[in-house]
Design a protein around this ligand. Sequence first.
Ligand code: NAD
Ligand code: ZN
Length: 353
Amino acid sequence: MDKGVIIVNGKMKAIVKTKNEKGAEVKEVSIPDYGPEQILIKVESTSICGTDLHIYEWNNWAQKNISVPQIMGHEVAGKVMEVGDRVENIEKGDFISAETHIPCGHCYQCKTGKQHICNNMKILGVHKDGVFAEYAVIDEVDVWKNDPSIPAEYASLQEPMGNAIDTILAGDVAGKNVLITGAGPAGLISVSVAKAFGATQIIVSEPNDYRRNLALEMGADKVVNPLEEDLAGIVYELTEGIGVDFVAEMSGNEHALNESLKLITAGGKMGLLGLPDDEVSLDLTNDVIFKGIDLIGVTGREMFNTWYTASRLLKEERIDLDPVITHTFSLEEFEKGMELMETGNCGKIILKP
Ligand code: NAD
Ligand code: ZN
């Protein structure tokens, strides 16, 4: 018999967005109840994403999408504590991560194998309570069972790693010259993904000194400050005048997008992950059409192709995420993490309950 929603007794600490203004607070709240197609996990590791910073700062996008009070956070790894009645193949004690896009399962995209671009997408920690807490509820459709050998910090990073994998794989990078614009966490992880997939030369452009150094640690062959150096000159010099085969645009900066588009050799490709705040203008005629460039938009992670790839790369140690993990804080210290993210002098920041 279906037991319906299970009420869980007890309290937990969580980072809660409580007001329609900048900030958030650590509060004691009830451990969440879980439904028949959900699981309850004990959170072992979480990580802060740019989206969490937007919610914390309460930018225009957050004001339109978040209703308070809400627990923040979506990147997570943890142990299964309880399993809903209709959940199959997941057991108490399993070590899991979560896909954060919650597809509807009914729309055209979902029905045609493209759940990751569902028309009615909900997002963990955006449209429902998130994971910056001691316990969290995950929908069965989003559960990813981890190999126990993967450290919890890495397991939580599979989500942003998936963005990097889908972008880099769009580029067919084996044996190719790649330019990555923007060395935030997405760009940094993309460096090691591009290396793992056989890119022969990886050039990274990034204005922030701290992040350019991290890009070198992740395995970039050349880092460039596009505000102070001649990016075009350097790219042509390093590619025998050919230009790069692929650009992974990971900055969302209009200037970076336009400049790097011009540095792609005719017939090359650009994977677009970075999200510009506003509309951007491109010279489509000369920079895309006449050059036969493929522009590929990337959102989320393929469910679950990308997760298989991410976990294999981690399990076989083809990728070292250590350099990108620059700080670890407790839930109580989350504001330190948000402030660091605002400066840009960080890679990925881990929050541990
Ligand atoms: P981030 O903001 O930490 O990194 C962006 C980096 O770009 C920063 O380090 C910044 O200094 C750099 N930058 C700024 N101007 C530049 C320029 N002219 N040239 C080169 N670099 C420049 O963000 P992130 O977490 O690494 O994510 C990267 C981008 O991807 C963001 O725009 C984010 O919103 C977006 N994103 C998209 C998806 C998706 O599903 N499409 C998922 C995650 C993130
Ligand atoms: Zn759908």
